[in-house]
Design a protein around this ligand. Sequence first.
Ligand SMILES: Nc1ncnc2c1ncn2[C@@H]1O[C@H](COP(=O)(O)OP(=O)(O)OP(=O)(O)O)[C@@H](O)[C@H]1O
Ligand SMILES: [Mg+2]
Length: 240
Amino acid sequence: MNAPANALEIRDLCVSYGPIHALRGVSIDVPDKQITALLGANGAGKTSLLRTISGLIQPKSGSIKVYGEEIAGREAHVIVGKGISQSPEGRQVFPNLSVRENLQLGAYTRSDKAGIAQDMERVLTIWPRLRERLKQMSGTLSGGEQQMLAMARAMMARPRVLLLDEPSLGLAPVIVAGIFETIKEIHREGTTVLLVEQNAHLALRIASIGYVLETGTIQKCAPAAELLDDDAIRAAYLGG
Ligand SMILES: Nc1ncnc2c1ncn2[C@@H]1O[C@H](COP(=O)(O)OP(=O)(O)OP(=O)(O)O)[C@@H](O)[C@H]1O
Ligand SMILES: [Mg+2]
């Protein structure tokens, strides 16, 4: 049997925080082994969508399929076990744990010691700065280093699908360029990526497809190259 063409299929997803309707019937497909960009203004619901996929928020209704299997409403550790791993907005590393301990926590659902050691080596090869700082308390890392650690920690779950929430937020252009190179490399090695980014230009340049979320509703879905050329998208997200 062939693997499903979509890593994720999300249908009619609704999420509320009390009276606030953050997602109002969102449907998206995330094609396997591609980079999908999710754009949207502040408060559009991007983080809510990623956190719901990860099982950190329970949806009110709707379906989330991972390689054909329904996961909506399952617990977060079960969803990590299905191959979904998230690098959260604002990095959220554990500040009082060392870099090594943060990375080990990324593998918390795994028991294959040899595979974990292999992945530790892999992420330290991708991010040599983290290797130099293995014993350093994570709270004392620079912002860019904390972002690298958040992504590396997510990769320690050996995900099939990596969810990235604003990996470039607040970082200097040279660091951002490095992060986008790394995302491309992770993708080249076969990981599916769902990328939430304020930097729409960079995101659409590495993505194959893009979705635009506005106040909890998908407003547009198109090949990334088309969105880069779209006048309305240019005006709203690409600085004209
Ligand atoms: N824990 C919460 N309790 C109440 N409302 C929330 C909560 N988290 C998010 N919201 C609301 O849900 C809506 C969507 O928020 P969300 O964080 O998903 O947006 P976003 O697209 O990620 O925005 P940003 O670009 O600013 O990160 C917003 O109106 C926000 O105020
Ligand atoms: Mg957000």
